[in-house]
Design a protein around this ligand. Structure first.
Ligand code: ZN
Length: 145
């Protein structure tokens, strides 16, 4: 099963449709700080059609991205570090020449996660680890995962 809008809503449990997992490379294992880490890739875009600064409609163009690497709590049996790399879209308003970033309530502006436990559980649910294993570190039943 690969990430879709439904996946984001149903499995991650977040209603933010602006966060989409990278269709080509949603997940990889790579070395970060000398440790093999599980890394998820997602992109954050804005659905704004109006400039947030001047309110002009239809004046926005995509203007680069900024990638946040967010460390998630370790919850797997292997203690493998888990990261989310979230690429935030930046927009330029052709009318007032200002830029702004796509933002979400799930991730704070300075790139820290605002709902860590929830994300860790749901992201791990994608890696074929049994629900019981995921639930253990949180001392909750597998049914509530
Ligand atoms: Zn503007």
């Amino acid at each position: 099963m690969f990430p879709t809008t439904d996946f984001t809503e149903n499995v991650l449990g977040i209603k933010d449709r602006n966060i989409k997992f990278d269709e080509n490379l949603p997940f990889e294992t790579k070395k970060i700080k000398d440790e093999r880490a599980a890394v998820y890739h997602a992109k954050l875009e804005s659905q704004e059609t109006h400039c947030v600064n001047c309110g002009f409609e239809g004046s926005l163009i995509k203007y680069g991205t900024k990638t946040c690497r967010l460390k998630l709590p370790n919850v797997t049996a292997t203690r493998q570090p888990v990261y989310l790399e979230l690429k935030k879209q930046r927009y330029l308003c052709k009318q007032c020449r200002t830029t702004f970033m796509a933002e979400t309530e799930v991730v704070a502006a300075h790139c820290s996660i605002t709902r860590p436990v929830h994300w860790a559980i749901t992201l791990d649910a994608r890696t074929n680890i049994s629900l019981k294993t995921i639930a253990q570190p949180y001392h909750i039943s597998s049914a509530s995962v």
